[in-house]
Design a protein around this ligand. Structure first.
Ligand code: ZN
Length: 220
């Protein structure tokens, strides 16, 4: 019970398999990590960055929290971004949300869940900014799916607005910020077609009119 033997057994098996594919794998990684990607994703157990992206240890620097939020007062997330950008010199920051996100759903339902409600407030802000667009969707599922996407887009903008990312761009450091979604129902990643590579590309407002008209057209 105390040692969780099953996990240690699985770990030995995993390490053995990795070594059989590449005998120097751990030796090389123990000397340094050199990831090109920083993944900011949800803590949901169904959305593990390495597995769903097919990346090995050493290839992706990861920060996860409930509903993949980038808050300007979150020292933990900001520290990860700073270390990733300034020390590891990662080239891509990926904010990856997922459909069926329990955090987004809890924010939407606005029930009392205790301490976490303070965190979910960030998503309720996203909802408030985009309520007009969300109202265009007819079903609860469509509204929630779109809120999951809008949350990613807003967090991408939050990443872009950090002093860390803006400082890197000022130094002409190559750095792109992406917004992706993961579908827990089929395991497939979707690019939200948001890729910001400099300050001028940060949208003041995220095309709510366009998104709204798309939603309304689909309802006709
Ligand atoms: Zn989630």
């Amino acid at each position: 019970m105390r040692t969780l033997k099953k996990i240690f057994d699985q770990n030995k098996e995993w390490a053995k398999n990795v070594i059989s594919a590449d005998p120097d794998f751990f030796k090389k990684l123990s000397e340094q990590q050199n990831p090109e990607y920083l993944w900011i994703g949800c803590s949901d157990s169904r959305v593990p960055a390495n597995q769903i992206s097919g990346m090995l240890p050493g290839e992706v620097f990861v920060h996860r929290n409930i509903a993949n939020i980038v808050s300007h007062t979150d020292l933990n997330c900001l520290s990860v971004i700073q270390y990733g950008v300034e020390v590891l010199k990662i080239k891509h920051i990926i904010v990856c949300g997922h459909y069926g996100c329990g955090g987004v759903k809890a924010a939407w339902e606005d029930k009392e869940n205790g301490l976490i409600d303070n965190w979910l407030r960030n998503i309720q802000d996203v909802q408030r900014f985009h309520q007009t667009e969300l109202d265009c969707f007819h079903t609860e599922k469509e509204k929630l799916d779109r809120l999951c996407e809008l949350n990613v887009i807003e967090q991408v903008v939050n990443v872009c607005r950090t002093t860390i990312v803006q400082g890197a761009w000022k130094l002409n450091q190559e750095l792109a910020i992406h917004g992706w979604m993961y579908n827990v129902e089929d395991g497939i990643l979707k690019d939200l077609d948001i890729c910001i590579t400099n300050k001028a590309e940060i949208p003041d407002k995220l095309l709510p009119g366009m998104c709204c008209s798309l939603a309304c057209d689909s309802a006709l």
